[in-house]
Design a protein around this ligand. Structure first.
Ligand code: MEZ
Length: 487
């Protein structure tokens, strides 16, 4: 059936739904829903249907094979360094740039190496905003509690405390560097409410917050003349005879040669694992998100935490084919966008945490209330035109210019028509265990950002990733610089 015909049910029932409010789930109902339908649980129905009864083990085996894989570095590689530095940062996204800038500002000689180009990362694709408690009616304590609830109470309290408390200073730092956060008519920072949050706390730059932050951070890395090694993939960490990290081996993707960098401290800021399509899901992640830092740190003996839990963002595009898995920002739901099944009914509180919303979308599809495209993909509607009602005609364009443009390229006008969505693999909730200075327990090895774990518990609260990158990027950079200077 043509996608435009499929959309009619949404159009027909739109008026009735506008008046509809949904009761919140009780804790017991919520638990049952997540256990039954969320992909992270072994008994999850979707996995059984897609991969058969042993599917739970499939992911475990895939991850283990990745972590225990053979080294790409030949035993007889000449380890004479091509570069020598105080601090080596691996990764050119938000955490890597923040780490490099702070280590440099603290007086360390820094090299930033990245597999693709500086800035190519998930950070650049972050749309919905950054949670920081800057509003007068908000506080770091409320931010802490919202995050803990979202993380199913598994969050590392110390990491979380540091993140929420340092948020406001991070906002000041980014503003000083030139980030143009949205402001109200009086010039105050404008905060929006995000899913799973009890207060408006999202700082945004329209629907391209990550892009704007990365524009500024990239410029600053270049302005500070921090040495860059682009198109260099980290393939092994180096250590001395006491197990201390002493640098890394890279593969230069231009010529296939190995490059050895000797460093007094190494910061891994390599991001997540989405491009490995855990459990066969599409992903919102960039092409470089292949779990590199996770493997490198694991092979050095670092501990991993919550590595059995991944976040499936509720709204990944299902149609058109070229956008499968692409992020449809949660910001649309924060502004009143409804989720609607094939009967035209809403079925979940759209502003609940991501695990609950994703589970309920999967439930609708598994129980036959999804919408099937001609290509056989299934999803539910995210009814975006409700935005018009709240803000007046044409404002979808103003509020979500990046999203509107992304769909316009394929002849879809999201200011009129709903978008077909299904959960997409979005975020690695767990990762390498770190302490509040991003240290791993392996001397002189630091991990910051999505490659690390503990902070977000078993389910990251939306909008907390950008802050995580900045806070632990900074802490890793400052501690690594101090360590290098003391050696
Ligand atoms: O934190 C995120 O992942 C986020 C805000 C994404 C989005 O929906 O825009």
């Amino acid at each position: 059936m043509d996608i435009h015909v499929l959309q009619q049910v949404v159009h027909k029932t739109r008026d009735a739904r506008r008046k509809q409010t949904l009761p919140k789930l009780s804790l017991a109902e919520r638990d049952t829903l997540i256990k039954k339908y969320h992909p992270d649980f072994r008994e999850h129905a979707y996995r059984t249907i897609r991969f058969g009864p042993n599917a739970g083990d499939k992911t475990v085996v895939e991850l283990a094979a990745l972590l225990e894989g053979m080294s790409q570095v030949p035993d007889d590689l000449d380890l004479t360094p091509s570069y020598v530095t105080d601090v080596l940062v691996v990764g050119g996204g938000g955490a890597g740039c923040a780490a490099a800038l702070h280590a440099h500002a603290a007086g360390a000689k820094v090299i930033l190496a990245t597999k693709l180009r500086l800035g190519d990362s998930n950070s650049v694709m972050a749309q919905g905003g950054m949670q920081i408690s800057v509003a007068p009616e908000d506080s770091p304590v409320t931010h802490f509690l919202d995050t803990l609830k979202g993380g199913l109470m598994h969050n590392d309290h110390q990491l979380l405390k540091v993140m929420v408390e340092e948020g406001p200073a991070i906002a000041d730092w980014l503003i000083k560097l030139g980030v143009l956060f949205d402001r109200d008519q009086d010039g105050n920072l404008h905060v929006k409410k995000g899913g799973g949050s009890s207060k408006p706390r999202l700082l945004t730059c329209s629907d391209y917050t990550g892009l704007e932050i990365m524009r500024v951070l990239k410029d600053e890395v270049l302005n500070q003349k921090i040495q860059l090694l682009e198109f260099c993939a980290a393939v092994e960490l180096l250590s001395d005879d006491q197990g201390r990290c002493t640098g890394a081996v890279f593969k230069d993707l231009d010529n296939g040669r190995f490059v050895v960098v000797s460093a007094k401290a190494v910061i891994l800021a390599t991001g997540g694992i989405g491009r490995l399509h855990i459990q066969g899901f599409p992903t919102s992640n960039h092409f470089g998100a292949t779990g590199d830092g996770l493997c490198l740190a694991y092979r050095m003996g670092a501990k991993l935490v919550h590595i059995d839990t991944f976040q499936y963002h509720p709204s990944g595009a299902v149609y058109p084919e070229q956008l499968i898995g692409a992020l449809v920002t949660e910001g649309i739901r924060s502004e009143g966008g409804h989720l609607v099944n094939a009967k035209g009914d809403r079925f979940v509180n759209e502003l609940d945490t991501r695990d609950v919303v994703s589970s309920s979308i999967i439930r609708e599809c598994e129980e036959g209330r999804g919408i099937r495209t001609m290509a056989g993909r299934v999803g539910v509607w995210l009814d975006t035109p409700l935005l018009d009602v709240e803000h007046g005609p044409g404002t979808v364009q103003k509020h979500f210019p990046a999203m509107v443009r992304q769909f316009e390229r394929f002849g879809i006008d999201i200011s009129k028509d709903p978008v077909l969505i299904y959960p997409t693999l979005h975020y690695q909730n767990g990762g390498v265990k770190i302490d509040t200075n991003a240290e791993t327990g392996i001397a002189n090895l630091f991990v910051a950002g999505e490659a690390s774990g503990g902070l977000h518990g078993r389910n990251r609260l939306m909008g907390n990733s950008l802050l995580d990158l900045m806070v632990f990027g900074k802490r890793s950079g400052l501690t690594a610089a101090a360590r290098a200077q003391s050696m």
